[in-house]
Each structure stands twice: as C-alpha cells, then as structure tokens.
Design a protein around this ligand. Sequence first.
Ligand code: NAD
Length: 357
Amino acid sequence: MKATIAALAGDGVGQEIVPEAVTVLKAVGRTFGHTFDFIEALVGGQAIDKTGVPLPPDTLALAKQSDAVMLGAVGGPKWEGLDYSIRPERALLGLREQLGLYANLRPAKLYSMLADASTLKREVVEGIDILVVRELTGGIYFGKPKGIEKIPGGERGFNTEVYTTEEIRRIAIVAFEAARKRRKKVMSVDKANVLESSELWRRVVIDVHKQYPDIELSHIYVDNCAMQLVRNPKQFDVMVTTNMFGDILSDEAAMLTGSIGMLPSASIGTKTGMYEPIHGSAPDIAGKNIANPIATIASAAMMLSYAFKLDKEAEAIERAIVATLEQGYRTKDIHTPGMTLVGTREMGAAILKNLKG
Ligand code: NAD
C-alpha cells in the first residue's frame, strides 16, 4: 500500500523521538513492500516562533489531506507566558477538533522485564494490560460558557462539563468494539453521584451496552477508580471515560508501567487519525539524547493497525520492541542495575535491528 503521513515533530523531545519512529516506519515499508511518504510541518512552539500561531493553516491542511498524522509533542517554558489562545497546546485542541478525533485510545501494558522500574510492587503490576478509552472532543475542556470575569471583590473563573447523548454513544461504541478484541470487559468511569452530565453518561453507556451482550459492563466512580488503579490494576480491561477524567486516569495508568516514555496513543474519529506518545515535550531532558523513543515507535505500530489495518506489520514493531528490551537495552527513564544504558538514537537503532518481516 501507499500512504502519506504528516510528521509533526513539534517541540522539545518531539524533535528527537519522531525521527526514530519515522525511520522504523520506513524500514517496515521496505520489509513489507509498502510506501510511506512523510511530509514534515510546523506545530506548537516551533510554529509560534516562525508563524505566530501554534497551528498554521498549512499544517492543518496537510493533516487533513494525509492518511495519518504522527505527532511528537508541543509546549515548553519558552511559551508559557503567552495567552492561552495562542499557547502551543492549543495546536492539539485544534487538531483534535478539526480532525474530529473524539476517541483517544491509550494502552497501558506492562512489559514484564520492566516490572522493577515501576514504583509499585512487581506482584501488583505484573501482567497489567489496560486500554483507556478517553472521550477527546467534549466535556469540560470544550464546554461553554467558560471564562474569567470580574466580580465584586475579585474574579470568578468557570468552565462547563457538558455531554450530549451522541457524544457519549459514539465513545461507548469505540470502547465496546475494542473490548471485543480483548478480554471483553468494559468499566465506565463517571461521577454519577454528583454530576448530572455523568448521570446521562451512565444512562447512555447502559443503553449502548444492549447491543453488546457479549461484553461485561461495570461502572465505577472516578475517585474509587483512581484508588483501584494503584490497589489492584489487574482488574481493568477497557476503561471508558470523559475527557478530563481520562486525562488524569491515563497518566496514572501510565505510571504503573514504569515510565511515561513507554506509552503510545491513537486518537481516532471521523477522518484522519493522529498517533502520538502520551508524554509531553519533556523540556528537562530535551536535546540530550536521553528521551525514550519507545512510546513514539509504539504509536507508529498503532498507526499501522488502526489507520492502515496492517496488523502483521504493527506486530513486527511490537516484537522488535520486546526483543530490544529482552536484550537489556534501556533508556535512562527505565534503567535498572545490570541493564545497558542507551540514548534515544541507540534505542531507535536497536529496535530497527530487531525488526523482522
Ligand atoms: P512531560 O510528559 O513532558 O514530562 C513529564 C516527565 O516525564 C518529565 O520528567 C520528563 O523528563 C519525563 N518524560 C517525558 N517523556 C519522556 C520520554 N520520552 N523519555 C523519558 N522521560 C520522559 O510533561 P510536563 O513536564 O508536564 O510538560 C512539559 C511540556 O509538555 C508542557 O509545556 C506541557 O504543556 C507539554 N505537554 C504536551 C503534551 C503533548 O504534546 N501531547 C502532553 C503533555 C504535556
């Protein structure tokens, strides 16, 4: 097959990890007989510096025309003083909104050889395999009214948590469909004891579940879910939740696996999908050849599977990652005594070497 991929490296470590993923994808192309064409474009702080806006029209047009978008990360201290409306992070919201990316899929799977890099005990985390399905274009991050207004004696800041039946229905479908390919369990996370939007969320999820009698559905309040994730994470298979709850819980799930540098994500919707590591631009380690490229390379595997239905090719990347970890290669974030400490480029090269058809 032939595909055009928009490569938006962005800021900080994005500049180091995206090239590693691109190299691996090109090798997959050569090994399996596909042509992947990469077109680079500016996004985030880089785009602000050169064009004044975080998501230039050319970048958006490219993303829309491409078959998939590979994103690194955006943001950094340099742009923190800017108004919210033109901060680097606005590019992410813009891409999600414009590409109709309403579902964010974040697998949190523990590679058993990394169990000792987790802050939790091996027996708690070994074997965890969770898929967090986060609603991405609704909820409190987009709800209106929002703002900061003057009131007597100070100011008042406000946001609105809002969900429609249709928004809940389509994300629930993504979760149930994903569960069918896994252990057939969906846990819906809400705060239905306090929030009306959650009350509707729960009602709609229960309604959609009627089409999926083969899937076991349960419900959990978000505060209990946060607790259960560190107490007994193995109980979770697919977790489906709102934009803000998913933002927080998926980072918590990420930490169980040892490092945020290991975890990929796919954002899918009605048009082109976007594939990116779950971490940010990591300004504290940027430009030092320290960042772990595995999250981004694993995101490339998700791209092959979700955007192009190339499951065999995606599995080849996953096997190469496992083989590399089994050989003892570790970037700093996952390094434990006795293992071989390598940099970003060396980790990318080792994965490339382990890629087999
Ligand atoms: P972060 O994810 O960038 O970093 C958190 C910690 O994890 C840091 O200690 C960092 O060194 C480490 N880390 C992250 N990625 C790593 C990797 N690949 N290998 C090894 N260690 C890694 O989060 P932050 O520090 O809160 O945010 C930094 C900037 O990134 C901010 O401007 C923030 O807004 C932005 N951000 C962007 C995205 C995105 O582009 N999707 C997501 C989150 C944060």
